[in-house]
Ligand binder design. Sequence first.
Ligand code: NAP
Ligand code: ZN
Length: 342
Amino acid sequence: MKAVRLEATGKLGLRDVERPEPGVGELLVRVEACGICGTDRHLFHGEFPSKPPVTLGHEFTGIVEKVGNGVSGFREGMRITGDPNITCGRCPECQRGRVNLCHNLQAIGIHRDGGFAEYVCIPQQQAFQLPDELPPLHGAFCEPLACCIHGVDLAEIRTGSSVVVLGGGVIGLLVVQLVRLAGATSVVLVTRSAEKRQLAEELGATASADPSTGDVVAQLTAADGLLPGGADVVIECAGVAETIEQAPSLPRRGGTVVILGVMPQGVKAAIEPFDLLFREIRLISSFINPFTHRRAADLIASGTIKVEPLISRRIGLAEAVEAISNPARKGEIRALVVPGIG
Ligand code: NAP
Ligand code: ZN
């Protein structure tokens, strides 16, 4: 079968590899779609540790082709979404229930072969069933959505809350929808692209702002701004120093900042501890998807969270090599790899 293999930093190629056989408790899945995320590009550049040679792809969905011995609850022909993060269950954090902080975390598509391939083999506990009638590509959004659900859980949105979302990529556009569902009634998305601002407003943002037109903090929090005095909650979804530095100035006194965006390791951003303390800002970070994958699958299966508008292009495995080796195209939200096309 064909697979997109990372062989070393900067060395990615389409290779012919043996189709895997499901071991005990494993499922062989025929991949219908797998999203390309910024992490895949970081893995290519060696900015995120991985274990080459390995097939990349951690946002996959597909159809169960074959079940290994000892599998229960799954059968051939079922559609599933995969949670890539395999936790050990034995380390101190797993035993505290903080599984996303597992000391021995192994991810499908990072440490073991993933979904940029015709087939992927996964332990059954990483699989979550999706309805047969779901559009086949939608399941590829369960993994990013599961990460966003964790962030929104940590934000503790209340009915009637006001929320600022910084960054209008796939994460920001999913968070906009989730915070509305959680009861936020004023939601402002801040992003540079006019198309993304318009899409955010179609998906539930009540207003949007362009950070390139001036001081974001003033635009939002001034007496005549979009959220005078600041928001109850600010969710950082851009992963750049500028938004990390803005975020603590955007909540009201006693408000909350949740950081979802990933900055490159070692890069620092300036915050003002006096201001955090004096205004008692709650500053929280949110890492991956502890126990949220089932909820993500249900929200996508029911159509409650809209993902179709987030699909910018569909590409085959051969094109995926070029797409992962280069930055995302201008205006692109999500490129999905669909084995068998192109
Ligand atoms: P993305 O497509 O790169 O989206 C980020 C967006 O932020 C960009 O599209 C850009 O849109 C916008 N942006 C850039 N600079 C900005 C600025 N100064 N002010 C406002 N917006 C700005 O990435 P993504 O896939 O949505 O992911 C977002 C972040 O979440 C990434 O850092 C990713 O690594 C991280 N992430 C974290 C987790 C987790 O578990 N915590 C899980 C998945 C992803 P414009 O061009 O419109 O400005
Ligand atoms: Zn563990």
